[in-house]
Design a protein. Structure first.
Length: 303
């Protein structure tokens, strides 16, 4: 075994470039070869640097994306209000009303974006998700509510009714249906479960044409027990997801090119995945372009 002084000297050599400031890469300590204690320490140190580098790059990308998304509505609001401030007396009423409506719409989008960013920040700050085997005892949340069993069907079906009423008011021909339902219970915060379901339902409705050549579009919700887990599925007959985009849909701010013209922040699916993980589960997606998508939320059953 090499003396501790040698390790301290060799570890200190690359210290100057190691850090998270700027864009400099984190330099690794050269591997000395062999499998002694020094080699194992250096491997662990280099793995730590890799994790730190990955986390730093993710943080930088998130901050840059968030700044970009926040800047867009603020630019519209600022531009419209500045123009109105100087020219309101010269504009016909319908024109300045349109500009005010645009500014108001951007404030609503900005508020939604800020709310979702805060939700993600709180989820990130809450720490790692406990393992599934601990979840049954400690639950995913931090308060007493999360320790109570939640009946998945009773949490989801009222959302379906609410969305059906919204579609009826809008005069949409989209069919929102309840498929196979089994009574299953999970442990966790019921509000988190509702939010996950609502995000998936909203997405399905948003990207499913209200009517196509084969008739009205469909969104079908089901709840079942499979492989010892509770499974909530949301299936649609919508525009689908390109295979190249599918691996990225849960990334923050990711929006496929064909979806960029639609309303949204690009955070919905990321939030849904984060909340599902806080419930001890995860979400998977299957999709065929122009045929539709199926999102499956798998959660540990309440014991």
């Amino acid at each position: 075994m090499r003396p501790a002084g040698e390790l301290a000297h060799r570890s200190a050599c690359p210290a100057s470039p190691v850090g998270t400031g700027g864009n400099r890469p984190l330099h690794r300590v050269p591997h000395p070869g062999g499998r002694d204690e020094l080699a194992q320490v250096i491997e662990t140190f280099n793995e730590m640097l890799t994790s730190l580098e990955s986390a730093t790059q993710t943080q930088r990308r998130f901050v840059a994306d968030a700044s970009h998304e926040l800047r867009a509505p603020l630019t519209t609001i600022q531009g419209n209000l500045a123009f109105l401030q100087h020219h309101v007396d010269e504009l016909p009423p319908e024109e300045w009303r349109t500009m005010l409506a645009d500014a108001h719409g951007e404030t609503l989008r900005l508020a939604e974006l800020v709310e979702e960013l805060l939700l993600l920040a709180r989820a990130d700050a809450s720490g790692d998700t406990p393992p599934a085997d601990q979840l049954a005892e400690t639950a995913a949340g931090e308060d007493a509510r999360s320790a109570r069993p939640v009946e998945v069907d009773r949490a989801v079906i009222p959302l379906v009714r609410q969305l059906r009423r919204r579609l009826e008011i809008e005069g949409a021909k989209l069919q929102l249906e309840v498929g196979h339902i089994e009574p299953v219970r999970v442990r966790g915060d019921e509000e988190n479960l509702r939010r996950v379901a609502l995000i998936l339902l909203d997405n399905a409705i948003k990207y499913t044409p209200r009517r196509d050549e084969e008739g009205a579009g469909q969104v079908i919700v089901s709840v079942e027990r499979a492989d010892g887990q509770a499974v909530l599925r949301v299936r649609d007959t919508g525009i689908g997801i390109d295979p190249d985009d599918l691996p990225h849909i849960f990334e923050r701010f990711f929006r496929a090119d064909h979806a960029r013209s639609r309303q949204g922040t690009g955070l919905g699916l990321s939030i849904a995945q984060t909340l599902a993980e806080r419930l001890g589960g995860h979400i998977t997606a299957e999709s065929t372009p122009d045929k539709g998508s199926t999102f499956s939320v798998r959660l540990p059953l309440a014991l």
